[in-house]
Design a protein around this ligand. Structure first.
Ligand code: PHE
Length: 336
């Protein structure tokens, strides 16, 4: 009996398990109800009483051996399935592409505009999105009763602590950063200022309560209107191609005198129209004075461009709202 047990032990050790099939064969042969271990346990009643505990112990050892082998091999086979490569795999094949994020079309457009102005000798500045009345309106020469201060256009914020109540605004344009730059540093100043602005407007396909602008400011001695127009034409050529069709019209802003606007001709499906892309002008003497600069000493120009409009033209987007919804199906199209 003991030698039978030893033989079974050897047999178990020598049985090779390589796959699911041989694992199952092992289980049937040794561990199942009709297997060799079970039948050996069935022979126990033939063992003389005095030998029973010795034989029983040996049989339990064999059983344990078989169970351990079965369980370890089963685990090993499961892990094998999880490995990524088989010996027969072609390791030179390209891996399947993982999902890559992309820059938002507004960011891509803003980056391109920034790069053009960096080439033209501007640096990049920024300023706060929450402003006070002085920076957003008064210093920019808005008369006290100017309609732009009206509740219709501006989001007002009331900030109060125990000592005082302060009326703030969500900036309605990037022009207040002009004031901050002129108060912060002596000319020459030659900066562009990209940023988000807010207006209390009804949301439609064409207007949104927030959008993006890029302000430009150049202040030095003897800056001329000719230089302003030359810079804007240069921008239009670099942004839209050297054959871009543009026009410059007189306009009005409280903080520039004289003021202009620039349109580019936009052609779509044999149809075309003039689209306004920016407002600009020579810095008004009152603005210099609000910043403590002598208007007899300094001259300058400023411009403000709509980044959303420029992005919509570039990508053929006809609803501004889609730029702010973060719909992955839309954003996915701007990778690379
Ligand atoms: N701030 C103006 C606007 O939001 C644009 C502008 C900027 C015009 C600078 C002239 C000079 O419409």
């Amino acid at each position: 009996m003991i030698s039978d047990i030893e033989n079974l032990k050897d047999e178990i050790k020598k049985t090779v398990i390589t796959d699911k099939e041989s694992l199952e064969a092992f289980r049937l042969r040794f561990l199942s109800r009709k297997g060799k271990l079970q039948s050996m346990f069935g022979n126990m009643q033939n063992v003389p009483k005095k030998d029973r505990s010795r034989v029983g112990k040996a049989m339990n050892e064999v059983k344990e051996l078989a169970e351990t082998k079965f369980n370890t091999q089963k685990k090993a086979l499961q892990n094998k399935k999880k490995t990524r490569f088989k010996a027969t795999d072609d390791l030179t094949l390209p891996v399947s592409p993982e999902y890559a994020g992309s820059l938002h079309p507004l960011t891509q457009t803003e980056n391109e505009m920034k790069n053009i102005f960096l080439r033209l000798g501007f640096d990049v500045a920024d300023g706060p999105e929450i402003e006070d009345d002085f920076h957003n309106f008064t210093s920019l020469n808005f008369p006290p009763d100017h309609p732009a201060r009206d509740m219709q256009d501006t989001f007002f914020i009331r900030k109060s602590d125990k000592k005082e109540v302060q009326d703030l605004v969500m900036r309605t344009h990037t022009s207040p950063v002009q004031i901050r730059l002129m108060k912060d540093q002596p000319p020459p100043i030659r900066s562009v200022i990209p940023g988000r602005v807010y207006r209390n407007e009804a949301v439609t396909a064409k207007s949104y309560f927030q959008f993006n602008q890029m302000e430009g400011l150049y202040v030095d001695h003897k800056v001329t209107m000719g230089e302003l127009i030359e810079t804007l034409v240069m921008f239009a050529r670099l942004m839209y191609g050297s054959d871009v069709k543009y026009r410059v019209r007189p306009s009005f802003f409280p903080f520039t005198e004289p003021s202009i606007e620039m349109d580019v001709w936009w052609e779509s499906d044999s149809d075309g129209q003039w689209l306004e892309i920016l407002g600009a002008g020579m810095v008004d003497p009152n603005v210099f004075e609000a910043c403590g600069l002598d208007p007899e000493t300094y001259t300058g120009y400023a411009f403000g461009m709509g980044v959303d409009r420029i992005a919509m033209l570039r990508y053929g987007i006809n609803d501004i709202r889609i730029l702010y919804e973060n719909d992955i199906r839309f954003l996915d199209q701007f990778t690379g």
